[in-house]
Design a protein around this ligand. Structure first.
Ligand SMILES: Cc1cc2nc3c(=O)[nH]c(=O)nc-3n(C[C@H](O)[C@H](O)[C@H](O)COP(=O)(O)O)c2cc1C
Length: 437
């Protein structure tokens, strides 16, 4: 990627707001973020000129290669040589170009309908870096994760925050729906974190962002293979380093061990996990196994004659906006320490004791299976077929026979293990990382 060029975005456009709404927005934008930004600047002893004189890397917008696009190039401005007049001229240039320096779109969003408000006051705040900017990395195979993020982050967007969606795209893409063989063949790479190839991304510079959101789905008690690949990439090290990160999970119901691996990745990128929201399918465990198989292998998500619809319930996705409201408040106040507790109070994570046990034991057994299958060859190698077909039979027996029996045995034991269960629930609901959990 050429160093300077950070994005190609549609020119002009924007949501036309009615004047009372704009005025209310103006007051809101003025009081909340300005106060919190200034408070944070004083607290962190950052030079105030950053807030008033276009601190950090700014850019130049020029006509893009396609009609109605512009290219934003990050030429760092030398503040020492900036006259107030020159700064004013730059602001005029941004505004007359019809964009602010902060309204980026990923290549996927180019030319699409989702545009951010670009009223004059927002442009001024954007130029002054008072508007917060959030970078959202995500991978979504069926679109469920993207749908969750759209709902969850909607309050940030209405609160004047700039969102930049960066889709993680495997190259070639994984099939959807899967064939049974493809689905089970992806197990060892997913579990052990062997990365796939990813498409390149065009992104604004990392220092533009106040927060990073990572939306992912677990595959086999691990993050999905594209998320492994991303978290091992140079892009992740650059964009996550020193950032507050919020993870958003869209799972069937087993996400605990996947999140432990993500915590380790974030630590190795020197990022700080500030919050976690885990949405899951609330149908009973065995029902959700059946519906997810029907969805992922047959492509049928909708309810059938007997089975309910697969995946996270639409009502839960819509309600996830309450978590977005909480994130917005913490983003504006800069108080990250209490974010996870606020999210937990609002129901963002629910740790089920039975699943803690299943995932722990499952992980140990998955380790043996994955090394056994990997010995037969790389992904897609036909020599692996007998081994991953055997794994499929094993998994179905565990899910449909062993786990219901274990639930019965575990029920009375729970009374004796209250302290341990409470400690586990606390640990998995929070963002700390201990080895061997
Ligand atoms: C290969 C594969 C393995 C999966 N394994 C798990 C799992 O271990 N735990 C879980 O809760 N969900 C699991 N799921 C479901 C996903 O986490 C997710 O809910 C679903 O694939 C939709 O995500 P999407 O937005 O990426 O399409 C798995 C899905 C796939 C495709």
């Amino acid at each position: 990627m050429p160093n300077g060029i950070t994005g190609v975005i549609p020119k002009g456009g924007g949501i036309k707001q009615k004047s009372p709404v704009r005025f209310a927005h103006f007051l809101f934008c003025f009081s909340e973020p300005l106060a919190s930004k200034l408070a944070r600047l004083f607290k962190t002893k950052k030079p105030l000129r950053g807030a008033f004189l276009f601190g950090g890397k700014r850019g130049i917008r020029t006509p893009g290669p396609q009609k109605r696009t512009t290219v934003f190039e990050t030429a760092a401005f030398d503040h020492s040589a900036i006259f107030p007049g020159a700064a004013a001229a730059k602001v005029v240039k941004y505004f007359t170009a019809g964009e602010t320096p902060c309204h980026f779109k990923s290549s996927e969003e180019q030319g699409k309908e989702q545009r951010l408000p670009r009223s004059w006051h927002l442009r001024i705040f954007a130029a002054l870096r008072i508007i917060m900017k959030v970078l959202v990395f995500y991978y979504s195979q069926s679109g469920q994760m993207k749908n969750i993020l759209d709902h969850l982050l909607q309050p940030l967007q209405s609160g004047g925050t700039d969102l930049y969606f960066a889709e993680i795209r495997p190259d070639p893409p994984y099939p959807f729906p899967w064939t049974s063989d493809q689905f089970f063949d992806s197990f060892p790479e997913s579990f052990t974190g062997i990365p796939c190839q990813l498409e390149g991304m065009i992104l604004p510079p990392p220092e533009d962002f106040d927060l990073v959101v990572l939306g992912y789905s677990p595959w086999y008690l691990s993050p999905s293979i594209p998320i492994h690949a991303f978290l091992q990439s140079e892009t992740a090290s650059r964009y996550l380093k020193g950032k507050k990160v919020i993870t958003v999970i869209g799972s069937r119901n087993m996400w605990l061990q996947a999140q432990e691996k993500v915590k380790r990745y974030l630590r190795s990128c020197a990022a700080e996990l500030a919050g976690n929201i885990a949405l899951y399918d609330k149908a009973p465990n065995l029902v959700s196994v059946l519906t997810i198989i029907r969805w992922l292998i047959k492509g049928k998500k909708e309810a059938g004659r007997i089975l309910p619809a697969a995946g996270v319930r639409p009502a839960d996705i819509e309600n996830s906006r309450i978590f977005g409201e909480i994130i917005l408040r913490h983003l504006q106040s800069g108080d990250w320490n209490s974010l996870q507790d606020s999210l937990i109070q609002a129901g963002a994570v629910n740790v089920k004791p039975n699943l803690v046990l299943f995932e722990r034991n499952g992980s140990k057994i998955f380790r043996m299976w994955s090394s056994r299958i990997l010995k037969k060859g790389p992904a897609g190698d036909p020599r692996r077929r007998p081994a991953h077909r055997l794994f499929k039979i094993y998994l179905l027996i565990v899910l449909f026979v062993v786990s219901p029996l274990a639930n019965v045995v575990y029920a009375p034991m729970k009374l004796l293990m209250r302290k341990k269960i409470a400690a586990d629930r606390h640990y998995f609901s929070h963002n700390g990382l201990k080895e061997n959990h």
